[in-house]
Design a protein around this ligand. Sequence first.
Ligand SMILES: *Cc1c(COP(=O)(O)O)cnc(C)c1O
Length: 349
Amino acid sequence: MSYQGWSDFRSDTVTRPTPEMYEAIRTAELGDDVLGDEPTVQKLERTAAEMTGKEAALFVPSGTMGNTIALFVHPTRAREVLLEEKCHILQFEAGNIGTLIGAVPHPLPSRRGLIDMKELQAGYKAPGNMHVAPTAGICLENTHNYHGGAVLPISYLREVHSFAREKGLFMHLDGARMFNAAVSLGVDVTEITACFDTVMFCLSKGLASPVGSMLVGSKEFIAMARFARKQFGGALRQSGILAACGLVSLQTMTRKLTDDHRRAQTFAQAIAKIPGLDISPVEVESNIVIFTVRKEGWSNDRLCGEMKKEKVLALTFGPGRVRMIVHKDIDDADINRAVESLRTILGHF
Ligand SMILES: *Cc1c(COP(=O)(O)O)cnc(C)c1O
């Protein structure tokens, strides 16, 4: 059962630290990361680099900062970045891509987060024309938040990667839920990360850490990113307290994501049977369940308000849409409770 009697489906960011994390905090060896001697942060960064098959890693306070730093360090000023029109970087990161980074976002349509190769090819702008901001790179999101946790297959990532190589573009992954993608595809994360120059992933979502994300890439890139993190005010002192949790996330939480996916699937199947709710596709690929309210006189706001009275928390997420995320603090009882509350509220017993 979730925290203090609430079934909190608003996000996988609400996950509380595991008992191992509290123990890891208690026993963590600490230093001062800004002075460069935080042993636990260093261990986390080494571990993240190894697990993702990259040369180096940087611990950052949030996913937004990780993405922002990555795009700041890549050569993006007055250049275009190709990305999906509903992606987090564009829609939910305070407009940083324009204001802090000075890049020109070039949004492209997609089928559930997958931008057609033809769109990418047509969106590409070569350098050398003074009227045009040339394309610098491509950002993808895997799993895709707005598109209900949709997963981009490895074959597609490889195809985009080879196009990027051919044109000399960088590839950045907003991999906030990259481990969910890997588990869903049944591959090691290195299969995903190999297709990108830089990858951001969150420790604070399904992996259950209280705070923090990682940015991984080449040694040279991460050295510049470390400088940028300081510029953005994101250098933290005894951050070993947080890194200790991050290590537990990487060591113990990645495989457990399959439980979340299984429950999300069960939940989606049940929602599909409730008249007034529309879910498509019913096949949930990871841990995010999104459905649309289509009952006369009902809005997503009203539905979420009614669910809250039953101690079930959900988020409104675009026109008529409700987002509910399954995570380690949601068990089978929480799923049943959510289904029952939806049935009761909408008058179907
Ligand atoms: C959560 C999330 C982020 C980063 O969010 P923070 O709240 O800044 O840690 C980035 N991209 C996606 C797709 C996300 O879901």
